[in-house]
Design a protein around this ligand. Structure first.
Ligand code: NOJ
Length: 565
């Protein structure tokens, strides 16, 4: 008999919060966010309900891809603080029960990394084989430029030796050669180093590209890439049994599943994969005001291995990619949420945050975050989502959504005392600027988005069914409503109990009535609202009739009705 009801799978009902130290809070007044500033905000994160912080890259970098171009994997970028400040932060977070994970960006390095400098110097450099070099770009090599606005090829000729090197991303980010055992050892050392300093795991950047080995000379002789991922997981787990790998795998479900490893067992590769398909389907559903696409994704989504989980998200630091939709579907989402050309990126995504896309409609924005917290999966928030920050389209490309966190009203938005000219990016101008959207004001307002997100976080943690239960999408006869039910199967033996949650989201802008099919319930049962006051009786035929205002959401707990009423 396997033990499954213990509390050690913390990631299953975690609330993950992604932030960039550089833009979160500046303590030393130089205009750049730092670890000391972040440490001062740990109580804020705790009150929000965050249980795990995901740090975007904070390593020394020439900053040509916002830190995803690293020149030293064993240090903190001096602009952000010191290793000592990093440890103080993780220590402070842990004190509030908050774990910390960080980006593991080892598909590539910066071209200024000493390894690449050595590697490019000569054909017989000891570091030559740390990167992928070829005399000519191979015909059977990988395909698909990720940043088509800047790059036209995955291979760039280097004048030093006349050979070409592989770069999945920008040409200043040469790909490391994971087929080389020395590189694999080094990656493990990097992980071990940061775990010793306090990390509880990693968000693994660009996993399919990291494991890709096509186009390499001795491809036939390479180890199975999935074996390598399982090796990394084993290594990490030996160091810390509760550490996690959260992987960026933007692939259709059947292609993403192998990255969990051992799908019928507990999972032995990535602990969690982002649900990119669910996210994109959600936007199509929002654009159409039709729950169909999201319901289909939820029905098609394979269950993760027993100890694994999907990670759900509304936005992240990159463009809102719509690359898995059909061209027609993508155009529908563009028309609804990115009508201007400057809002779009690479022809496949939107460089916007949610509130401006929804024209600031508070009911609709709140409904989307209710989806995030109640859909099965671990919710991942991108900093500023909890207060409804907007984007700055004046910034280049993906930087539109990476503006300073807005703590207070006023010119610097409470991010820093320095002249905003010195900030990594200016605060968002206009209607979503700090004077209109900030933590201080929303913390005092019970109707604010911040208060709403705090409540959702609290309810989500009180409802283990979302994290641990089986789920089912219910047919309620109204295309604009997504209804789902989460069930831990812990019933009292009478077919219902506290182990059942039913959730409804009205994606339309009109009031609707729905009939909930609850075949295992009868007139002795009722549904208690968890977000507002209210109770709905179940009828003798096992249905419940409810009305939903425009963009309403209801979280319902099934329970036995009080016979005295
Ligand atoms: C994926 C990251 O999310 C993105 O921001 C970055 O530019 C690329 N990987 C390259 O590291």
């Amino acid at each position: 008999m396997k033990l499954t009801r213990t509390a050690d799978l913390w990631w299953k009902n975690a609330i993950i919060y992604c932030l960039d130290v550089e833009t979160f809070r500046d303590a030393n007044g130089d205009g750049v966010g730092d670890f000391r500033g972040l440490a001062q905000q740990v109580d804020y994160l705790d009150r929000l309900g965050v249980t795990c912080v995901w740090l975007m890259p904070f390593f020394p970098t020439p900053d040509r891809d916002d830190g995803y171009d690293i020149i030293d994997f064993y240090n903190v970028d001096p602009r952000l603080g010191t290793l000592g400040d990093f440890v103080e932060f993780t220590r402070t977070a842990r004190d509030r029960g908050i774990r910390v994970i960080a980006d593991l960006v080892v598909n590539h390095t910066s071209d200024r990394h000493p390894w690449f400098q050595e590697s490019r110097a000569s054909l017989d450099s000891p570091y030559r084989d740390w990167y992928v070099w070829q005399d000519e770009p191979p015909a059977d090599g990988p395909h698909g430029v990720v940043f088509p606005d800047k790059e036209h090829s995955l291979w760039t000729r280097d004048d030093e030796t006349g050979q070409y090197y592989l770069h999945r991303f920008y040409k200043h980010q040469p790909d490391l050669n994971v087929a080389n055992p020395a590189v694999r050892e080094e990656i493990a050392r990097i992980m071990g180093f940061w775990m010793t300093l306090g990390l509880s795991g990693f968000r693994v950047d660009a996993v399919p590209f990291l494991l890709e080995t096509s186009g390499q000379d001795d491809a036939g002789a390479l180890p199975d890439p999935h074996e390598y991922l399982a090796d990394l997981r084993q290594f990490m787990t030996r160091r810390d049994g509760e550490a996690v790998l959260l992987g960026e795998v933007n692939l259709p479900y059947p292609d993403a599943m192998p990255f969990f490893g051992d799908a019928d067992g507990t999972g032995d590769e990535l602990t969690m994969c982002f649900d990119f398909i669910g996210m994109q389907s959600m936007y199509l559903s929002l654009a159409r005001r039709d729950a169909g696409p999201l319901a289909r994704a939820l029905r098609e989504r394979p269950p993760p291995p027993r100890d694994g989980h999907w990670a759900t998200f509304v936005r992240n630091h990159d463009e809102l990619t719509l690359d898995r939709l059909t061209e027609e579907e993508r155009q529908e989402v563009f028309a609804a949420f990115g009508p201007e050309k400057e809002m779009r990126l690479y022809g496949r995504g939107l460089r916007r945050r949610l509130p401006p896309m929804l024209d600031g409609d508070a009911r609709r924005i709140k409904m989307v975050y209710s989806l995030l917290f109640s859909l099965p999966g671990t919710p991942v928030l991108f900093y500023g989502e909890e207060i409804g920050m907007g984007e700055d389209l004046g910034n280049e490309g993906r930087l539109a959504v990476r503006t300073p966190m807005q703590w207070t009203a006023g010119p610097g938005g409470g991010f820093s005392q320095a002249d905003p000219e010195r900030f990594p990016a200016r605060p968002v101008p206009g209607a979503y600027g700090p004077e209109h959207v900030n933590v201080a004001a929303q913390a005092r307002d019970r109707d604010s988005l911040l208060s709403w997100v705090r409540m959702l976080a609290e309810r989500y943690r009180e409802c283990p069914e979302f994290a641990w239960g089986r789920y089912e999408v219910l047919d309620v006869g109204e295309p604009g409503v997504l209804a789902h039910r989460c069930d831990t199967g812990d019933g009292l033996g009478d077919g219902m109990s506290d182990g059942v949650k039913v959730v409804l989201h009205n994606l339309t802008d009109r009031e609707v009535r729905v009939e909930l099919p609850l075949a295992d319930m009868d007139e002795g049962c009722e549904l208690a609202d968890l977000l507002v006051d209210g109770t709905t009786r179940v009828s003798a035929d096992g249905t419940a009739s409810l009305s939903l205002d425009a963009y309403a959401c209801r979280w319902l707990r099934a329970r036995r009705a009080d016979p005295s009423r």
